[in-house]
Ligand binder design. Sequence first.
Ligand SMILES: *Cc1c(COP(=O)(O)O)cnc(C)c1O
Length: 381
Amino acid sequence: MNASLPAKAVAALTEETIFVTQPHLAPLDEFIPYLRRIWDSRVLTNGGPFHQQLEKALCEYLGVQHLALFANGTLALVTALQALRITGEVITTPYSFAATAHSLLWNGIKPVFVDVDADTLNLDPARIEAAITPQTTAIMPVHCYGHPCDVDAIQKLADNYNLRVIYDAAHAFGVETESGSVLQHGDLAVLSFHATKVFNTFEGGAIICPDAKTKQRIDHLKNFGFVDEVTVVAPGINGKMSEINAAFGLLQLQHIDAALARRKEIDAQYRELLRDVPGIRCLPDAGEKRANYAYFPVLVEPDYPLSRDALYQKFRDHNIYARRYFYPLISDFPMYRGLPSAARGNLPVAAAASAKVLCLPIYPTLTSDNIERVVGLIADS
Ligand SMILES: *Cc1c(COP(=O)(O)O)cnc(C)c1O
């Protein structure tokens, strides 16, 4: 059959499409009662009962004291910087999603890019000090792929130079180290509950706050700065999470442990199958006590027969949509590339990783057969 079609086209016709991730969704039937309650109460937003319940439930689940929900992670990042009145320059990583640095530009802050560590691909603490200037007010690291940053070294630098630390923890839902939740570190930490993240509320996000007073200020900022009907204390934004998203989050939370357990199995299967494939390097774990297996990045090394982009294209030809997270580097986007810190020579480790990385499909409903299909294509090159 299809004798006249090239092999590529046959593959595309017959092979099931696999994306890098697929949103994890609790069963629809279980969500209907939540919707009924929203329709009955007619409380749609503004800190309603589901919003309050989800904040409480997430604090318990994550092992943190205070948390403010947001409509998405980017508004939470923008608001976190506002809450701490960050100005001037902020040291951050080029190896992340665009929103990390965009949140700085939206606050009129100049990003200063510092290179990453070759093992974790997180901001390298040893390189931060040289980037500090009199204008530096804060550090914004990312727990990339959910792998914890060197939080102690970063905090030490922050203490020495009186800097604030805001973690972009968008990937780090549920991650724990020996000292507990990784989200407890820094002055603030920001989560994303976007559809593609480990825990999703369709769209959503949160700021982890160290104390009730900070949470209160953040709650004002996410509601236009309103304190009561007639008092506005800051030029706040509309960052509120709706009752639908919050209700869905409560339901999703009931299924998260099963989802994380399945991710762990997939991670183990990939590592086992890829162990002896020359030129493919898996990222080591970063000493988590509890990891979340949010991504499965591999580095395509020079001794692999194909270039990274050729492997990426080979996957696409077989209906597998792996993603090059994070390529291009943030520092290569037009609004950043003119900065002195964006120069390639300043970021050799990030640049090398960005040219080699490919994130393989990982999500709870990914089957063992499909994992074998993915690895089969890698091994057969
Ligand atoms: C997803 C993500 C964000 C943005 O979160 P949204 O909820 O999509 O706004 C920020 N930073 C990183 C590192 C992310 O991966």
